[in-house]
Design a protein around this ligand. Structure first.
Ligand code: CP
Length: 338
């Protein structure tokens, strides 16, 4: 794809060469994400960060990524602080805010809403999650993390064995990740969920058409016994009609250290897009895994900054100028690693 000036709305936009390019640029962002160097390449540019659903990682890491490239961030969070509550359309909102911004990140509860907004925008729009549909930057950072974790074991993404666990019906991160894995070869995917929260059939079909092996099960122990990655997800309570309905599934597939020790191969990597639900009735990824060196969830979040820096640099066409506009920092946090 041509990145310059493009919206980033769906994994369907990318081919394998695009992913390679994003990851190369993300790797090159490490000195800046680690605060060893500072670049002002986007000095004077403004990111409009519009999050109409709760977010910690996506909103703040998009913002940090833009700041680390030298740009400034203006935010709207929640419908209640936006004129959309007064009846303003997405079209008008997009026309107005794209006049104030050089690029926009947006999260919205309705599927397709970010694409609708992008149609009216005068600047590139990056999808920070649209309902249960897609979360492309999360899938990119997930795959970037998988690539790094496998590389440390001398492995590549082709041939990956992965179990996706939990709410696969409403979990947009796993929808985007499955679509992304379709660009690779010989993937073995085990989908572990209650039958009511199964992965949409169209995505399973897409993975099978890509030549991947797809196993659908509700047996957690067996599914994690021969995988490289165990990727857990939260029950997406906000997509259910009632909290009581979500409660039926919460805590159904709990991964903790005892289960990991009993069933997983040594060094199986544990991932989760976060937030994990750490309330007593849920705990899909137990806190007793926190000291497990194979728990990659916080490395995943850190990698999000690199990948989002790469997306901004590519879309705003400044990749070749990042280093030219850089200098060493005047201070150094020796504890920061990636
Ligand atoms: N992974 C993710 O999207 O997290 P947030 O909801 O905190 O942005």
């Amino acid at each position: 794809m041509i990145f310059t000036g493009s919206h980033i709305l769906s994994i369907a936009q990318f081919d394998r060469a695009d992913i390679q390019r994003i990851f190369e640029v993300a790797d090159a962002m490490a000195p800046y994400a680690l605060r060893r160097r500072v670049t002002r390449v986007l000095e004077g540019a403004i990111l409009g960060n519009m999050f109409f659903e709760p977010s910690t990682r996506t909103r703040i890491s998009f913002g940090c990524a833009f700041n680390l490239l030298g740009g400034e961030v203006r935010e709207t969070t929640g419908f209640e602080s936006s004129a959309i509550t007064k009846g303003e359309s997405l079209y008008d909102t997009a026309r107005v805010l794209s006049g104030f911004s050089d690029v926009i990140c947006m999260r919205h509860p309705q599927e397709g809403s970010v694409a609708e907004f992008a149609d009216a925008s005068r600047v590139p729009v990056l999808n920070g999650g649209d309902g249960a549909n897609e979360h492309p930057s999360q899938a990119l950072l997930d795959l970037y993390t998988i690539r790094k974790e496998l590389a440390s074991k001398g492995r590549e993404i082709d041939g990956l064995r992965i179990a996706l666990i939990g709410d696969l019906k409403y979990g947009r991160t796993v929808h985007s990740l499955c679509k992304l894995l379709c660009l690779f070869n010989n993937i073995h995917i085990t989908l572990v969920s209650p039958v009511e929260l199964a992965m949409p059939g169209s995505i399973i079909e897409q993975m099978r058409e890509a030549g991947h092996t797809v196993v659908v099960t509700d047996d957690l122990a067996q599914s994690i016994s021969s995988v490289d990655i165990a990727y857990s997800t939260r029950i997406q309570e906000e997509r259910f009609a009632t909290k009581e309905e979500a409660d039926l599934y919460r805590g159904r597939f709990r991964l903790n250290q005892a289960i990991y020790t009993e069933y997983c191969e040594p060094n199986t990597v544990i991932m989760h897009p976060l937030p994990r639900d750490s309330r007593a009735g849920a705990n899909e990824l137990d806190n007793d895994l926190n000291q497990n060196p194979n728990l990659a969830i916080f490395r995943q979040a850190d990698n999000g900054v690199l990948v989002r820096m790469a997306l901004f640099a590519l879309v705003l066409d400044v990749v070749d100028q990042v280093d030219q506009c850089s200098r060493e920092v005047n201070w150094y946090n020796s504890l920061r690693t990636l």
